[in-house]
Design a protein around this ligand. Sequence first.
Ligand SMILES: Nc1nc2c(c(=O)[nH]1)N[C@H]1C(S)=C(S)[C@@H](COP(=O)(O)OP(=O)(O)OC[C@H]3O[C@@H](n4cnc5c(=O)[nH]c(N)nc54)[C@H](O)[C@@H]3O)O[C@H]1N2
Ligand SMILES: Nc1nc2c(c(=O)[nH]1)N[C@H]1C(S)=C(S)[C@@H](COP(=O)(O)OP(=O)(O)OC[C@H]3O[C@@H](n4cnc5c(=O)[nH]c(N)nc54)[C@H](O)[C@@H]3O)O[C@H]1N2
Ligand SMILES: [Mo]
Length: 763
Amino acid sequence: MKSSRHLTLTNWGAYEVESDGTDITAVHPFAKDPDPSAIGQSMKAVRRSRVDKPSIRESWLKQGPGARSDQRGYERFVEVEWDVAIELLAAEIDRVRTDFGNEAIFGGSYGWASAGRFHHALSQVHRFLASIGGYVSQVDDYSIASGHVITPHIFGFSFDEMMDEAQPHLEEIAENTELVVSFGGMPLKNSQVMYGGQGQHLLASRLETCRDRGVRFVNFSPLGEDFIDAVEAEWIPMFPSTDTAVMLGLAHSILVAGDHDEDFLTTYCTGWDQLRAYLLGEPDGVPKTAEWAGAISSVDPQRIRSLAADMAHHRTLVTASWSIQRTDHGEQTYWMASALAAMLGQVGLPGGGVGFGYGAVGYTGNGIGYHVIPRLGQGRNNVSTYIPVARIADMLLHGGKEYDYNGKRLTYPDIKMVYWAGGNPFHHHQDLNRLEQAWQRPDTIVVHEPFWNSLARHADIVLPATTPLERNDIGGSSMDNFIFWMPKVIDPVGDARNDYDIFSDLARLLGAGERFTEGRTSDEWIEHLYSEFHTRHPEYPSLDELRDAGYFEIPREWIPAPPSRLAAYRDDPTGAALDTPSGRIELFSETVASFGYDDCPGHPTWMEPREWPGGASAYSLSLVSNQPKTRLHSQWDHGETSIGGKKDGRERLGMTPVDAAARGIDDGDLVRVFNDRGACMASVSIRDDIAHGVVQLPTGAWWDPIEPGGMCRSGNPNVLTHDFGTSSMAQGPSTTCLVEVEKFVGEAPAVRAHELPELVPNT
Ligand SMILES: Nc1nc2c(c(=O)[nH]1)N[C@H]1C(S)=C(S)[C@@H](COP(=O)(O)OP(=O)(O)OC[C@H]3O[C@@H](n4cnc5c(=O)[nH]c(N)nc54)[C@H](O)[C@@H]3O)O[C@H]1N2
Ligand SMILES: Nc1nc2c(c(=O)[nH]1)N[C@H]1C(S)=C(S)[C@@H](COP(=O)(O)OP(=O)(O)OC[C@H]3O[C@@H](n4cnc5c(=O)[nH]c(N)nc54)[C@H](O)[C@@H]3O)O[C@H]1N2
Ligand SMILES: [Mo]
């Protein structure tokens, strides 16, 4: 290919990429994006750390499925031709489904993959596995598992409906809200990304508008960086995982001051009696006073009390980040945030009540209504077995074991094959050393990956996949007002192929070719999906017009935000009754109580997390492992923006001057971060915007263990996190934990995360 400049879309925004035909030579922000993300620059690393050829773990190839599975992640790979890999893999899939049934294949394949509606790796892998008889799938996600499960019990609609159709959007907040009381803030860095991509990054300008209109922001958080400076948010430092206690302290203060809205609580809610009794300490002898909350969270009780009074006398919105529910008993955080808002009696009023996840991704609060855009159908999965997404290691370790989930008693399937495309469990899962143990159980692990990351290294069969820069696609998100044409910019790197083409070949050998492909090539599919869409929406440009223009900006009036469900409920509590058992907001849920879970009772409750500063532990620092500013999870960790945020290839651990000095640590020092589960290296950044007793290490460094169970050289915090579900209710991921930090002494082992594994030719 000759040199070119093309517009494309990514999960972190749109860019014009320049290519000399082989490489990406420059990346320019999309002209219409006022606040582009630097993550895009990393795409210049498109040729680095690539899986060039289909690669098979040597023992698996020579001795068959299951051989030396303890060597997964540490053994060399044999590079083979595509026809050899496809035939071997088809035969192995057939063996597993014939001998054990499709219930032995795990195809949940959780992950963010890449932007692009057709070549969406998860849709592709699900469609393929459905076409060959089905697979064990997963429910919920790592982002908001507790939120997904608890919201319907509170409000009777789904979490997505809460975000898209019930809570106030940012323009409404600017117009109406006087006080935003936030837990976890609205981090600009997180709003850089959006599932499927966004044409413009607008959070900063929307927050500035709020500030111009005089909205006051208060933020409870272990980190002081969760709002842009322009809004001058008042930061109240606190220990992580103690939000429910702070909210209870605010609620108690409101109650004893007589500032709660009794009418609202009795007309629109059920369970106020039980919650009031709990706040007053009737069942447990512990009134949930500001002092009680302060002792748990490290927040000054006086601040809790004065803020409670302000909340009662202003139009107040309580907001909660997604992060606060990614913790032990995470269900309680959203339940109590909702109860606190209900006590103020402002739920359903313009700019009042409660809202989740502002800033978590680009779309939250953007005021755009959900709209359907072209996408590939995933087919019908004939296997009904699923797991809550974060129970992957439990499933692999304990096939046949029963467990609880949202009132159901489920049984882990016995998995023989794991198939992954578009996600990275060796990034996203907690307690990676435990996952590595669990990972030894199946006979065969298959991975499609562009890059030799920790997941690819831990596979038996690695099939090289293209990135979006190497194929045509349509880009966009159902929550954004742009659609993009995503042209092929460079030829596939090495022998990489599109996930679709790989699956088409496999499906053919497994007798499902027609079912999977319906007789179309990938470009024919894109034409087909778009023309179906265009027939339903002739007001949009044709595919030729979209290709010529590069993008289409959807007029905002075509996709308005729907009217708020909570406002409708407020206007007409009988006619627009909620879909909960009582028809009301449930501050006490008979349904949840009937499950009998001691880790999720019938009303919002403070329960100590497994690991927190108030508990008994040898480790004293709370670790916040939040989303990285410089990449999307583990994606493009080897690119310049991500590498620019590291020191000598290692992640930076944020630490307060006091906590560092107590350990004899200086800025820039190399440290070992550890607990009983594992250890990693990092380079210390001394910072003032962290709560005392808290350290911060972003996620996403490619896991780089020295040996099985050994120290990670690159700084991946998931060697430290624990692998227990949030509770029997949601079984969601829980990512805060306790660690210790010490200066690293001795010769530092070099980081190897972005190097290739040992590869040998097939002889
Ligand atoms: N400690 C801790 N852990 C966390 C979190 C946390 O806050 N703290 N956050 C959690 C959350 S919310 C999430 S969503 C997860 C994210 O976890 P993931 O979504 O699994 O992480 P990604 O790095 O985005 O993984 C996507 C993978 O897909 C690959 N890929 C991209 N495009 C393609 C393609 O077209 N084809 C194929 N075959 N592969 C492709 C990329 O190279 C990459 O390896 O992490 C979770 N883990
Ligand atoms: N640049 C970038 N943006 C991303 C992603 C990425 O990888 N990179 N990932 C995306 C994904 S998949 C998701 S799910 C969202 C996640 O959105 P979130 O889960 O909200 O993101 P986090 O960065 O984990 O946390 C946000 C902030 O919450 C605060 N926080 C952490 N723990 C606590 C706590 O216990 N209590 C309180 N009050 N505050 C706490 C921290 O200060 C942290 O910076 O982000 C998305 N945005
Ligand atoms: Mo997420």
